[in-house]
Design a protein around this ligand. Structure first.
Ligand SMILES: Cc1cc2nc3c(=O)[nH]c(=O)nc-3n(C[C@H](O)[C@H](O)[C@H](O)COP(=O)(O)O)c2cc1C
Length: 328
């Protein structure tokens, strides 16, 4: 039998197989609260046969959402709605359910993909974004405010609060979003982090805030459940993050109690990676697994189901949404 269909254990969690449905933003929440859309979308994935389904990037504070319709986990209504969806997933499906906890940083305050992803000004319902440095993500984005001490304290506390809520709601696994140019990833990349204090400059400084967040999450996430990260292993741009940098980061994360690294890439600056095709992240997953000695995940296959026009931006199939697999 293919190894893909063999069980996989991380701490106290055993998955039936190594197929993982990655986190896929749905842009369908109401004030961050999971909606009827989630109540059919996630149970449908839970019965898919995958070993693990990871719930979309779920944000820790209102200004941490990519769009005003992204999922959040900073209040009781959001926690209760997630719990209801989890109960439905378990009633009908066998997959274990994980969650990705995130902050969109300078890539927040945008419209939905089906309305063109445009940056939303405050007049149009958007907000002032935050980032390590006041450098916009792209030409049509707003300029983020460089984070000050109060932002560090608030964001760290918000990650801890969301992680506690995810634990209470009963998620089986949790991952910190450290990829795609969102807040924590923008600290790690020298392209988006130009700070001159202890959070910028050499790699030890650029990984300081993501590591502080990870350690704080590990403290409140149950010891018997896995906690991992998703990383952009390379920026695909000269002067940006390299796989060697990511290996240093992954070693530090492992020491902090990280159980797996999901290997993605790009997203820190607005350009398309040169060679997107099935399996293009696998070499990163293999190298990190070998050199760091940590289980990794990487996208192996694409969905081939053709999505309806309306749902193609939700990763319902055909549009980038890939299955990932676990390696040990
Ligand atoms: C509609 C859609 C929503 C996505 N939402 C998320 C998300 O919430 N978190 C995340 O880490 N990646 C997200 N992604 C990226 C996918 O999880 C996955 O990384 C992507 O399909 C490509 O795989 P790759 O990382 O191997 O390139 C999304 C992709 C799509 C198409």
């Amino acid at each position: 039998m293919s190894q893909l269909f063999t069980p996989f254990t991380l701490r106290g969690l055993t998955l039936d197989n190594r197929i993982v449905v990655p986190p896929l933003c749905q842009y369908s929440s109401d004030d961050g609260v999971a909606s009827d859309w989630h109540a059919q979308h996630l149970p449908a994935l839970a019965i898919s046969g995958a070993g693990l389904v990871v719930v979309e990037m779920t944000d820790v504070e209102p200004i941490g959402r990519i769009t005003p319709w992204c999922a959040g986990l900073w209040n009781d209504a959001q926690e209760a709605a997630m719990k209801r969806v989890l109960v439905a997933c378990r009633k009908y499906g066998a997959a274990k359910i994980g969650i990705q906890i995130a902050h969109a940083g300078r890539k927040a305050s945008c419209d939905t993909p089906w309305r063109g992803n445009k940056f939303l000004t405050e007049e149009k319902g958007g907000w002032q974004t935050i980032a390590p440095s006041a450098i916009p993500f792209g030409e049509n984005y707003g300029t983020p405010r460089a984070m000050v001490r109060a932002d560090f304290e608030r964001v760290l506390a918000a990650f801890v609060d969301a992680t506690r809520r995810a634990a209470r709601a009963g998620f089986d696994s949790c991952e910190m979003h450290g990829a795609h140019g969102y807040l924590l990833s923008s600290f790690f990349s020298p392209l988006s982090n130009r700070r001159e204090d202890e959070y910028g400059g050499p790699i030890e400084n650029r990984m300081r805030f993501p590591l502080q967040v990870f350690r704080a999450m590990r403290e409140v996430w149950p010891a018997e459940k896995p906690l991992g990260v998703r990383l952009s292993c390379v920026d695909w741009v000269d002067g940006g993050t390299t796989i060697e940098d990511t290996i240093v980061f992954a070693k530090a994360l492992k020491e902090a109690g990280c159980d797996f690294v999901c290997c993605s890439s790009g997203g820190v600056v607005s350009m398309v990676p040169p060679l997107i095709r099935a399996g293009y992240q696998v070499k990163f997953a293999e190298r990190i697994r070998r050199e760091v000695g940590i289980p990794t995940r990487g996208r192996r296959h694409d969905f081939h189901r053709r999505p309806s026009r309306r749902n193609r931006h939700r990763g319902a199939g055909g549009y980038g949404g890939g299955r990932t697999r676990l390696y040990r």
